[in-house]
Write a protein that binds this ligand. Structure first.
Ligand code: LRH
Length: 457
């Protein structure tokens, strides 16, 4: 994405878009990060050619938890993909035999997700050959600059960072038998990681371009781009996941928070994302993939016309995490729970939408209970914010206004942090978000029910 940032300007144009799917190999599910790197360089070349006064900097973000293992600066193999059912079974068992889940939570504040980096490492045979671990954005930054760093927001998703100090938890790393030298020095968003290696700068037409750390965890950048203010707003960063929660400045490390699986991920400017991972648009995209269709808009329009009551199923059932035939899995869930399975495509899509909205409403209620905050407004950002049927269902189920947008919150959060580092904009997150409000298209969905929690969940 090419971004333009100034005191009254915040604009993005896409320089390149490309697919990014899992690749199945004998030893498990992988990412094709080499292809991502190639596409990213193509995008950078296009952006550099289009930027009127040349590029000022580049910042990298991606999904969290996944990593490349290197030896002597070279990647040993394509990174594993976190949606691998088999790997996700083995890791937690091994780690919990060494350190109890309650202790992990007390030290790191991280929700239990079977694919947190700490669990993936426990079952990674390549570890013995590696001398460096870099999370995906850090790996790309390494290829661009030669530097090896660990950007702090994304590092917080490894399960190896202390929630109290924000530093690597050395004692935990040692007690899990992991080599401390594997983990690079931490850097904060806004820091310059390095400049493009001469051959990279030549190839993309931007010699000497600085690579600046941003919230390299996509959700950290997305939350920078949430047009919220005050402490009564909640957000849902809605992509393949629905990341539902609040921004806090102090952790809530209670047993209730652990039981509800609420996490404390590191945010930009030392903020804490107190949220839980709920299923996201993955259910819809895998359903369409199974059907061989790509007309989500038409299906949502048909789903909006469904007047029969549809089944609300548990979108958090682990069976929905891995790639596969979602319509069959949803039907199996309904059979097992003695409820009617949706009979046709529009009903199934409506059932997914209502089930997601119900899960988000429940997670918002839990976030409010656990933090003691009152939620008066819900922001939905990311690709899923374009799903008006879902946003309205959420407004109706919570009884709260839902503000949808921006769609590209992650890219906006990324360029805002770069813009601030370059001195093009100033201020706190509150100021950056005010710029989002002044410049971006937002859509408001008013609730059609009376009050919070009145709606049937
Ligand atoms: C969203 C996301 C989320 C993580 C998951 C692995 O893209 O980064 O915040 O939990 O991917």
């Amino acid at each position: 994405m090419l971004g333009e940032v100034g005191p009254e300007v915040l604009r993005l144009t896409a320089a390149a878009r490309f697919a990014n799917g899992p690749v199945q190999s004998d030893d498990g599910l992988h990412w094709d990060v080499t292809a991502l790197h190639r596409h990213a360089l193509d995008g950078l070349r296009t952006a550099a050619a289009r930027a009127p006064g040349g590029l000022v900097s580049v910042g990298i973000d991606s999904w969290a938890v996944d990593y490349g293992l290197l030896r002597g600066g070279r990647l040993l193999a394509e990174p594993f993909h976190y949606r691998d059912e088999h790997r996700n079974e083995a890791g937690p068992r091994q780690v919990h035999a060494q350190v109890a889940p309650a202790e992990l939570y007390a030290r790191t504040g991280l929700q239990f997700l079977p694919f947190n980096t700490v669990y993936q490492l426990a079952s990674d045979a390549r570890l013995a050959d590696a001398d460096r671990l870099l999370l995906v954005p850090d790996l790309l930054a390494h290829w661009l600059t030669g530097a090896e760093v660990a950007e702090r927001t994304n590092a917080s998703t490894t399960g190896l960072l202390s929630v109290t100090t924000g530093a690597w938890d050395d004692a935990l790393i040692v007690s899990l038998g992991l080599p401390r030298g594997l983990f690079a020095d931490l850097v904060d968003p806004g820091t310059t990681i390095g400049t493009l290696l001469p051959e990279v700068g030549e190839a993309v037409g931007a010699p000497g371009l600085p690579v600046v750390a941003v919230g390299s965890h996509d959700t950290a950048s997305a939350v920078v781009g949430v047009p919220m203010s005050g402490d009564d707003a909640a957000y849902i960063s809605l992509g393949t996941w629905g990341l539902v929660g609040l921004e806090l400045d102090a952790p809530v490390l209670t047993e209730a928070a652990r039981a509800a699986n609420f996490t404390h991920e590191g945010g930009v400017d030392g903020t804490i994302r107190f949220l839980t991972n709920v299923m996201g648009t993955w259910l819809l995209s895998e359903t369409l993939r199974t059907w061989g269709r790509d007309d989500l808009g038409a299906l949502l329009a048909a789903a909006a016309d469904v007047t029969r009551r549809v089944t609300v199923f548990d979108v958090q059932d682990p069976r929905f995490v891995a790639p596969g035939d979602m319509p069959a899995r949803i039907a199996a869930w309904c059979d097992e729970h003695d409820v009617p399975a949706p009979a046709d495509a529009p009903s199934l899509v409506r059932s997914i939408v209502e089930s997601l909205a119900a899960a988000y409403a429940a997670a918002l209620a839990t976030a409010a209970d656990l933090s003691g905050r009152t939620i008066r407004q819900v922001h939905v950002v990311g690709g899923g914010s374009q799903n008006a049927l879902l946003c309205q269902a959420l407004a109706d189920r919570t009884g709260l206004p839902v503000v949808a947008g921006p769609v590209e919150a992650t890219a906006l959060g990324n360029v805002l942090v770069q813009g601030r580092a370059a001195g093009a904009v100033r201020g706190t997150l509150e100021d950056l978000r005010a710029l989002v409000v002044r410049t971006q298209d937002l859509r408001r969905h008013e609730p059609r029910t009376r009050a919070w929690k009145d709606a049937e969940l």
